[in-house]
Ligand binder design. Structure first.
Ligand SMILES: Cc1cc2nc3c(=O)[nH]c(=O)nc-3n(C[C@H](O)[C@H](O)[C@H](O)COP(=O)(O)O)c2cc1C
Length: 299
């Protein structure tokens, strides 16, 4: 069978006939029929949830107004969630935050010249550059913990300083780092190797709908959300804040890239299931929220 499940579901759920799908995806009709039988349960679920999905955006905005909030878990005295994820693995230190020095462009120039870049040179990113990008987006400048709550404070704002986002890197071309998937520890300012090798790259490339910048980049940033960190304090309204927080992180990343003459492309078009599977997330307690490819700009 040559057709990918996503391509099949994409066309099928939009009402294309089998003949049309066959033509569009250059797949034999018997392979389409085989795909249909393997997707039958998924198709049933999609059909059943379609009426709910139709207005979910509007409903989300309407039903996350304060008047629907009720008491949050924090107000009900539920145990505080951790401020960051515990991860074990080989530690890879990064150049210390205090040592980072870059010729500074003016802030005005950085903002004026920020652009999306989808093509990169084959040059490696240095560890200093990577450390700088992580400092801008994800580093925790302060950490406070007591029985009632646990906070980090970072170079981006976050509702209630809950900082529900985690940072994962798919390293491809960074000096001194083996290719693979890493977790960034925001308090220790170091990387933790989760998975070495090329296999993870292919999954991420596919998950991002084979967008070429993913395969040309030096590093792909994958930001995940741990929603309970925010919904513990704000209930369902907290889900709004996840996306607002992600926007701040994305903007800091793009500006930081511009400052060091790297290029970046923010990515919202990805297959949730494929990306969550690749990173081992269940899609509820933790899920991919935003992705960015980064590389040295082409000369
Ligand atoms: C939320 C969001 C999602 C995006 N997703 C993609 C994407 O999946 N693929 C892509 O090529 N560009 C993506 N972009 C980049 C936009 O296409 C780009 O920002 C826009 O064309 C404006 O260009 P500029 O950033 O150079 O000003 C995304 C940007 C944002 C903010």
């Amino acid at each position: 069978m040559t057709i990918r499940t996503f391509d099949y579901l994409y066309y099928k759920t939009r009402g294309y006939s089998d003949a049309e799908i066959s033509e569009l995806t250059k797949t034999k009709l018997e392979d389409i029929a085989e795909m249909e039988s393997s997707c039958i349960e998924t198709l049933k679920e999609i059909e059943a949830l379609k009426p709910k999905a139709k207005n979910i955006g509007e409903d989300f905005v309407y039903l996350t107004r304060y008047v629907y909030a009720g008491k949050s878990d924090q107000q009900l005295g539920e145990t505080r969630p951790d401020a960051i994820k515990a991860r074990s693995g080989e530690l890879q230190p990064l150049p210390a935050v205090g040592t980072l020095k870059f010729d500074s462009k003016s802030f005005q120039k950085v903002v004026a010249e920020r652009r999306t870049h989808r093509k990169y040179s084959s040059e490696k990113l240095s560890m200093e550059e990577l450390s700088f990008l992580l400092w801008c987006t994800s580093w925790s400048r302060d950490y406070r913990s007591n029985e009632k709550s646990e906070f980090t404070f970072r170079n981006v704002p976050s509702a209630g300083s809950r900082h529900p986002l985690e940072t994962y890197l798919e390293i491809r071309m960074v000096e001194g780092l083996k290719p693979g998937l890493y977790y960034y520890h925001p308090i220790k300012h170091c990387l933790i190797l989760l998975e070495e090798g090329q296999e993870i790259h292919q999954k991420i490339y596919e998950g991002c709908l084979r967008q070429e910048m993913i395969a040309r980049s030096a590093v792909n940033f994958i930001f995940s959300a741990v929603p309970y960190r925010t919904s513990w304090r704000y209930g369902q309204r907290g889900y709004r804040y996840l996306y607002l927080d992600a926007g701040h992180v994305g903007q800091n990343l793009q500006l930081a890239c511009e400052n060091i003459d790297a290029g970046s492309c923010m990515i919202g078009a990805y297959l949730d299931e494929a990306m969550n599977d690749a990173l081992g997330f269940d899609g509820k307690e933790e899920f991919v929220i935003y992705i960015a490819s980064v590389g040295i700009k082409e000369a």
